[in-house]
Design a protein around this ligand. Structure first.
Ligand SMILES: C/C=C/C(=O)SCCNC(=O)CCNC(=O)[C@H](O)C(C)(C)COP(=O)(O)OP(=O)(O)OC[C@H]1O[C@@H](n2cnc3c(N)ncnc32)[C@H](O)[C@@H]1OP(=O)(O)O
Length: 147
């Protein structure tokens, strides 16, 4: 299940401080299995119920980078959107995401360097209002001048 805001591109000339975009997505067992496959990260804490039950999480959890990928999706699809180049991303994983959790991923513009087309975004993911991932992204935004 995916609930996105409108997709597209917001060029550097139209980006404003404080602008936000978000998406919501339920992280499913299938998502976790597919992520394990494409990333080759088959850590049993993600895939094996019995193993995961004996960890501090007491059950299977999603890969952190799968959840963080939803931040990339908001950046690449919405703000700034298509044409954006990801330059960097810091991440802190504060709480686990479990299969079936609805993840809310949001990005917010905190700095703009129009001359260099650089934008800094505060990024976070939450589940039921609790932050599970926080961080900061730096991106190169598209410009109308290069259309
Ligand atoms: C190889 C790949 C594997 C994966 O992908 S695993 C999946 C991704 N990771 C997760 O899902 C982990 C999510 N995080 C958590 O569940 C929790 O987080 C922990 C269980 C790791 C720790 O929780 P708790 O024992 O309750 O500690 P606290 O009371 O929340 O925090 C204690 C201190 O540790 C700092 N801290 C907590 N998490 C992080 C972090 N991710 N990065 C940096 N610092 C962190 C806090 O601020 C605090 O600090 P102060 O004692 O000074 O107040």
């Amino acid at each position: 299940m995916l609930d996105n805001m409108p997709r597209g591109t917001i060029c550097i000339e139209d980006i404003e401080m404080g602008m936000t975009r978000h998406l919501r997505k339920v992280v499913t067992d299938q998502d976790i299995e597919m992520f394990a496959e494409v990333s080759t990260d088959r850590n049993p804490v993600h895939l094996d119920d019995a193993y995961a039950q004996d960890t501090i999480f007491e059950g299977r959890i999603a890969h952190g980078m799968l959840t963080a990928g939803l931040i990339s999706a908001v950046i690449g699809e919405q703000l700034p959107g298509h044409g954006t180049v990801y330059l960097g991303q810091s991440l802190k994983f504060l709480a686990p995401v479990r299969p079936g959790d609805m993840v809310y991923a949001e990005v917010k513009v905190t700095d703009i360097d129009p001359a260099k087309r650089r934008v800094t975004l505060e990024t976070h993911c939450s589940v039921d209002g609790k932050k599970v991932v926080i961080g900061e992204a730096k991106v190169l935004a598209p410009s109308r001048k290069f259309d």
